[in-house]
Design a protein around this ligand. Structure first.
Ligand code: ZN
Length: 340
């Protein structure tokens, strides 16, 4: 397999057309692209799930994405597939039939009976760190160079000894724009690969299992507290109704729906009344609200709160505007309500 043993590779930072990126990605999704395991799908998914953790470097005009972020998402995405759904990730090739990610997760579960029944989110922080580190060290070597080579270096450059990969700005724009399409194609190819190596009983609803592999965080109360207390967002963002009590009566809403961003960042959260939250559901707010959240974010980003600083590290208002547009290309309908 070309590239699997590369230790570094320079980013081929040329302007790449959308057509060419489609061709590169579709090659990776195809059977013509060699795969012993599902790592390439896992890595593409991890990079896409991390688009909002990439840091733009002015000097080189590229985006940096840390191995830690990449392999944390990688671990999260495989967690349920391996431990809950028992879906094999590697072709039997005579030598071994278990990929490194499977053996790391299974071993962790063996050492601690409780882990298997837990969601990744619920693990103690130390356990998470330990597992992610192991995954990062073992999987980095096998997968980063391989996908690099398949993409002719036009997706990212890397050095296994550094802390991060360097993403092409053209690739970044492409992935942001076609996030939902790429995600679906990646799931499809991943599912097809797993169908060849798994038995029918574990393959039931395999696409659902892939989609559900990215767990939705359910406890957003920290964001509710920050927005309500620190920024005095005491009115529903959409209808303006007063939000009386901190607690269940106030919903934390993903402005751009979670189904699209697959991430929890403060710049994408607003507080809403239950009624608006329910009505909005998986829709995208109209342009009036876009202007409102852009203004709101400018106020918040200058605050020195730790969570704010973390979440706003890579915030860019132009990017939010693009996201708002692209989310609609992905088929999300608009939402509006009458403000009293
Ligand atoms: Zn409301």
């Amino acid at each position: 397999m070309p590239g699997w043993n590369l230790k570094n590779g320079e980013l081929n930072n040329v302007r790449v057309s959308e057509d060419e990126y489609w061709s590169l990605f579709n090659f990776v999704f195809s059977d013509a692209c060699m795969k012993r395991n599902t790592y390439k799908f896992g890595l593409i998914k991890s990079i896409m799930d991390n688009l909002f953790n990439c840091v733009f470097e002015d000097r080189s005009a590229t985006y940096e994405l840390s191995y830690e972020d990449i392999f944390e998402k990688f671990t999260i995405n495989y967690w349920n597939l391996v431990l809950r759904y028992h879906l094999k990730q590697m072709r039997r090739d005579g030598r071994t039939e278990i990929s490194k990610i499977e053996s790391i997760l299974m071993q962790a579960a063996e050492e601690n009976d409780l882990l298997e029944s837990l969601d990744y989110e619920a693990l103690p922080l130390d356990d998470k760190k330990k597992i992610v580190k192991q995954v990062s060290v073992s999987c980095r070597r096998n997968v980063i160079g391989a996908l690099y080579a398949d993409m002719d270096g036009k997706l990212y450059g890397f050095d296994l000894k550094s802390d991060s990969i360097v993403l092409s700005p053209y690739a970044y724009d492409f992935m942001l724009k076609y996030k939902s399409e790429l995600e679906k194609l990646n799931y499809y190819a991943w599912a097809k690969f797993m169908e060849k190596i798994n038995s029918d009983d574990v393959l039931v609803r395999v696409l659902d299992k892939l989609e559900l592999a990215t767990p939705k965080r359910d406890n957003l109360s920290i964001y509710r507290e920050i927005l309500y207390k620190e920024f005095e967002e005491c009115n529903c963002f959409y209808c303006g109704k007063k939000l009386e009590h901190i607690g269940r009566g106030i919903h934390v809403d993903h402005f751009i729906p979670w189904s699209y961003v697959k991430d929890d960042k403060l710049w994408n959260f607003v507080l809403s009344c239950p009624r608006c939250n329910e009505k909005k559901n998986n829709k995208i707010p109209t342009e009036i609200y876009l202007d409102m959240i852009l203004k709101r974010n400018e106020i918040i980003r200058n605050n020195m709160d730790v969570v704010v600083e973390m979440d706003f590290r890579n915030y860019d208002s132009e990017q939010l505007k693009r996201l708002w547009k692209y989310a609609q290309l992905s088929g999300l309908k608009q939402f509006s309500t009458v403000r009293p």
